[in-house]
Write a protein that binds this ligand. Structure first.
Ligand SMILES: [Zn+2]
Length: 138
């Protein structure tokens, strides 16, 4: 027992969604285009600096996995419809990707209690005298 979750099922669950079910019960839907953009092979990421060579705009929205092949007991090798075949997605990496939320789950409101400030406007109508005894010359 290695203790590491491994995929027990991988299938296309939508037009551009790949669903992976893990041995620990977790199920993740991956956007295949995002996956392609997250490729970390030597052609997409500089092995020395870790800098991404692949620019997201180089990956079309219509890219799809053509074939997905399991490599050993640790990764998938994906052949993409854009001709990219050197991408390896390790299970660890997929789990990492799965844990990054694609949107913040809630507003980051920390402070509470100040309450709305009830700004009482001092009544208008002070302009001009309008009445006797104010001092201005009638
Ligand atoms: Zn790549």
């Amino acid at each position: 027992m290695s203790g590491k979750p491994v995929p027990v099922e991988i299938k296309q669950s939508g037009v551009r969604e790949l669903r992976i079910a893990w041995s620990d019960g977790q199920v993740n839907d991956f956007d295949v285009v995002e996956l392609r953009r997250s490729c970390r092979c030597a052609n997409c990421v500089d092995e020395l600096t870790g800098a991404q060579i692949l620019h997201p705009s180089q990956v079309g929205e219509d890219v799809r996995p053509q074939t997905i092949r399991q490599v050993g007991n640790y990764a998938f090798q994906v052949n993409w419809t854009d001709g990219h075949t050197s991408g390896i997605f390790t299970f660890d990496y997929l789990r990492q990707l799965a844990e990054v939320p694609d949107a913040p789950s809630g507003p980051a409101v920390a402070e509470d209690g100040a309450g709305p400030r009830a700004g009482e406007e001092k009544g208008a109508g002070g302009g001009g005298c309008g009445s006797h005894g104010c001092g201005c010359s009638h």
